[in-house]
Design a protein around this ligand. Structure first.
Ligand SMILES: [Zn+2]
Length: 224
C-alpha cells in the first residue's frame, strides 16, 4: 500500500510511491514537510532539545564501527517528536540514580542502511534494506547508561555492536552489577513505551507497530 500522507478538502491526494521492495521512502524535504503538516508526530527533532545533558558516542561518524568505514558526515541525533518526549521522561527517571542516557545512534538515513548492507550483507549484523529499519523511521535508538557527572558509560555485558550471544538480553553470565545495569536500562525504556530487541541490549524501538512512520532518506544537514 502506498502511503497517503496529505489530503486536504478538494485536493488530489499526494502519494509517496513505493520502491521496488514495497517500502514507502520519503526522499525529498518537500514530501517530508507535507507529512509533518498532516501529523506533527512526524516531525524529526534534535534529541539535544529534549535530553539534558546529551551524552553521545557516534561511532558511525568514525571508522571505529563494525563496517570499519566512516558512515556519517555531519551527524545529528534525531528522532520523531513523540520519541523525543519519551526519551526526556527516561532521562528524568534516570537522574535520581546519578545516570544519563548515552547515545550511539538514533535516526539513520536509508542510504546509510543500504551502504551498511553493501559492506556487510548479513542480517545478523545489519538491517536488510528490503525491510528498512526502525532507525530509518526515526523511532529507534542505540543507547547505554552513563554516569551523569563524568559521562563515563557504565559496565554492560558487551560493547556496542557486539554481535554475539553475550549481547542478548537472556545472557546471564555477567556479574550481577552488569546485569543490573542492563535491566535498569530495559525497565526504564519499557516503562516509557519502548520495546527491547532480544539480541541487542543497546537497541530500543518506540512502540511495536512502527510502519505508521515512513522510511526517510534525508541527509542530516537538511535538519540543521
Ligand atoms: Zn539499533
Amino acid at each position: 500500500m502506498a502511503l497517503i500522507f496529505y489530503r486536504a478538502e478538494g485536493q488530489t491526494p499526494n502519494i509517496i510511491p513505493q520502491n521496488k521492495d514495497g517500502l514507502t521512502v520519503v526522499t525529498t524535504w518537500v514530501a517530508y514537510e507535507k507529512t509533518v503538516q498532516a501529523d506533527s508526530n512526524n516531525r524529526m527533532v534534535p534529541v539535544q532539545q529534549y535530553v539534558t545533558p546529551l551524552l553521545s558516542d557516534i561511532q558511525y561518524a568514525t571508522n571505529k564501527n563494525f563496517t570499519k568505514t566512516v558512515l556519517y558526515t555531519q551527524p545529528l541525533l534525531l528522532v520523531r517528536l513523540p520519541v523525543a518526549r519519551a526519551l526526556r521522561k527516561v532521562q528524568q527517571q534516570l537522574a535520581p540514580y546519578g545516570l544519563s542516557i548515552l547515545f550511539y545512534d538514533a535516526y539513520r538515513p536509508y542510504a546509510v542502511t543500504k551502504k551498511m548492507w553493501e559492506i556487510v550483507p548479513d542480517e545478523r549484523y545489519a538491517a536488510n534494506p528490503a525491510k528498512g529499519s526502525g532507525h530509518n523511521r526515526g523511532i529507534a535508538v542505540d543507547i547505554t547508561l552513563a554516569d551523569l557527572k563524568t559521562g563515563k558509560p557504565v559496565a554492560m555485558p558487551t560493547p556496542f555492536d557486539n554481535f554475539t550471544e553475550k549481547a542478548h538480553h537472556n545472557y546471564q553470565q555477567s556479574d550481577s552489577a552488569v546485569l543490573a545495569n542492563r535491566l535498569l536500562l530495559k525497565n526504564t525504556m519499557e516503562q516509557n513505551g519502548f520495546t527491547a530487541l532480544s539480541t541487542e541490549w543497546w537497541h530500543y524501538q518506540y512502540k511495536k507497530s512502527s510502519t505508521a512512520f515512513a522510511i526517510l532518506d534525508l541527509p542530516f544537514y537538511l535538519f540543521k
